[in-house]
Ligand binder design. Sequence first.
Ligand SMILES: Cc1cc2nc3c(=O)[nH]c(=O)nc-3n(C[C@H](O)[C@H](O)[C@H](O)COP(=O)(O)O)c2cc1C
Length: 374
Amino acid sequence: MPVTRNRRGKDMKRLDIGVFLPIAKNGFVFSTAGPPYPPSYQTNLEISLLSERIGLDFVFSMSKWRGFGGASQFWDASHESFSLMAALAAATRRIDLIATVNPLLFHPAMMAKMAATIQDVSGGRLGLNIVTGATIGEYAQMGVIPENYNEHRYAYAAEWTRVLKRLWHESSVTHHGNYFRLEDCVSEPKPNPPPFLVCAATSDEGLRFTVREADWSFMSGTDLGMVKQYAARARSIAAEEGRKVKIAIPVMLVMGDTMAAAEAYQERLFEAADLGALGNIGRALSGENRDRAQLRGAQRLADRKAIYAGLPIVGTARDVADRIIDLAEDGEADCLLLILVDYMDGLQRFGAEVMPLLKAALDVGTQDGTGAGA
Ligand SMILES: Cc1cc2nc3c(=O)[nH]c(=O)nc-3n(C[C@H](O)[C@H](O)[C@H](O)COP(=O)(O)O)c2cc1C
């Protein structure tokens, strides 16, 4: 057996790496300088197949129902998360597929069967990311927001999740709760295995829900300090609850042959910042009755360089690898969601140049991934 030690002489840390798919228009960069990414199955298929080839672990799609306009028409159009993942399930062979659900939109019996179907198509590769809604307007436009939703959004999500899990495991479910009523409800077949669960929440109550019900806590921070604080909070709430949780973080990669080239590229993105869309998302988040949403909103309004929806990592392949190794070894991250300005180009480079460096220091990738780009 080869000795798997990292540069600090410890056992190698496992880091799962996946891709945050551009399911909504313009991807995750508030700038008109990158590709516009109109919602496209073909694009997301090519990205997923390449991710599989370079040995990544998963692809992840968010759920978005209303965008933020501006010159880039940011997120003004998007595909539905589960429908896209069902199609990708049939066309990929190994990579995990994580789709996002807001419990307001799917009854748990509907979700139970959708998951069982996609597990059958994919051979058991589905994960569910549970969200309670970044901006209420997205859901208010459909008239699905219950009264005082903000005060009990996680009670609603918890009841939904428990009913869902029962439907996945029990032959019949009778449940008389605050939000759902099921009488001798049958859901067959069972998903095999039951999908793993992720939750994107940032409040303490959201994190408590996450560690009780889910396997991963998905959180974004725009600087390392934020990410570290968040990870510490999630781990301390998990410890209080006697649970373990994996920390998943989106990272925005801006790579170049030299640091100067990467920074010049970033400067072009900043110059073409979509200030209209940034203002719109900033105002929408600032208006939310959630502390951390207000914080994220204020950051977007105050900083015209706040164009990324993940932790920026800028530099050469070596710089990118070193930052990722630090993120994993210092305990912040168990899973990374890669965001790229140009996904195909960026992933080829990541596979060919960054993955080999990561493999020397971390337990990353899969056996069959070549790590060598296309
Ligand atoms: C990294 C991340 C990704 C998210 N993705 C979505 C999403 O795709 N759709 C959505 O409606 N809400 C999304 N949200 C919003 C969260 O689910 C959550 O409802 C919101 O942050 C308010 O809850 P909180 O105060 O616990 O954070 C996301 C939040 C984070 C931190």
